[in-house]
Ligand binder design. Sequence first.
Ligand code: KIV
Ligand code: NA
Length: 270
Amino acid sequence: MKTTQDFRKMKEDNDPIVMITAYDAPSASLAEEAGADVLLVGDSLGMVVLGYDSTVQVTVEDMIYHTKAVKRGTDSIFTVTDIPFMAAHISTEHALKASADVMQKSGADAVKIEGSGPVIDIINRLTEGGVPVVSHLGLTPQTVGVEGGYRVQGKTEESKKKLLEDAAAVEKAGACMLVLECVPEETARLVQEELTIPVIGIGAGRFTDGQVLVYHDIIGYYGGHTPKFVKQYTDIRPVIHDALSAFKEDVKEKRFPEEAHVFKPYGEKK
Ligand code: KIV
Ligand code: NA
């Protein structure tokens, strides 16, 4: 398994880090087989798997349940689990307890926490306690209610300066990696240059140390909105739709099961 040290080395060597989200055993094993360096059990699971309209409803228990499935589906791949909204932002104590629970009960190798400000103290305390923390800055979907929508961050001089300060602060607090979401390419490049920890971009342009996309977006498995920054590599929904429809037709038309699918008593030829 690659470690946080390996990821730093990859940054130094300009070797792009591949992160893919995963939510269950089959998605995780396919991502591992494809050669991902890191898996992220993202709270995007609220939308792409659980059918919520944002990540806000996702609980710590949901994250533990799905991370356990991811771990069962993989051999040895560094797995990061999101600390969901309510746990991360109610209080420092909540965040520490949630992170401890995730680490102990799910087998995650690191936790990811959105934001800066009061979160800096949480990152500090977790890393001092031996819990690797991935930070998440730029667009932070958990606070979309306060921001008033999903918007590109760090566009103005002022917000760019704030983002650079926040990025430096999470590194100083001990974060082992930074996920940077929806910021202009040039801003992301400055963050990448400034930090010694790897910066993994999503909608952050071409100059970050790695890239992450949501599994369902890569394969076209999510029926909802697909953001501009996504590259969809295949369109799996019509494939699934056609297969399920064909099954339905076969049953209706009594074409399934066929001879090949039925069991025979002992002594009779298959
Ligand atoms: O929840 C998630 O999938 C994420 C990624 C989009 C970075 O946080
Ligand atoms: Na997330």
